[in-house]
Design a protein around this ligand. Structure first.
Ligand code: SF4
Ligand code: SF4
Length: 112
């Protein structure tokens, strides 16, 4: 059975690319549910990942565990932060392309 879920996404976010195409930071997968790393920092299995960050400058979503792990693991010693980034990048398969098999449906345009 197909499950339908509603997510709220930044209007400037790029459209989700095809499966396997380079990740463009559309954020859809992380808004829907956290990955294994995100489950640890979000302490939940469903809903938007706590570590998901929006960048106005880049007009895309970024993984906070990769760009600012200290924000989500404040107890982590500064010396260990590069290791945490490497661990997160490996677990989220950073740079491996979009692996989210999702169909996106835009809301109907509002009649103004
Ligand atoms: S993995 Fe895919 S769905 Fe997730 S942010 Fe990247 S492009 Fe978007
Ligand atoms: S940890 Fe990063 S890649 Fe994983 S769901 Fe959260 S924001 Fe997305």
């Amino acid at each position: 059975m197909v499950e339908h879920r509603i997510i709220h996404i930044q209007a400037e976010a790029p459209a989700k690319p095809e499966l396997g195409a380079p990740c463009n930071g559309c954020g859809v997968c992380c808004l829907l549910e956290p990955c294994p790393v995100g489950m640890l920092v979000s302490r939940r299995r469903r809903g938007t990942c706590r570590a998901l960050l929006w960048s106005d400058e880049q007009a895309r979503y970024l993984c906070g565990m990769v760009i600012a792990p200290q924000q989500f693991l404040p107890w982590l010693a500064p010396l260990l932060q590069p290791l945490a980034v490497r661990w997160a990048r490996r677990l989220i398969s950073a740079g491996k392309g979009c692996d989210a098999e999702l169909q996106i449906q835009q809301p109907p345009a509002s009649a103004d």
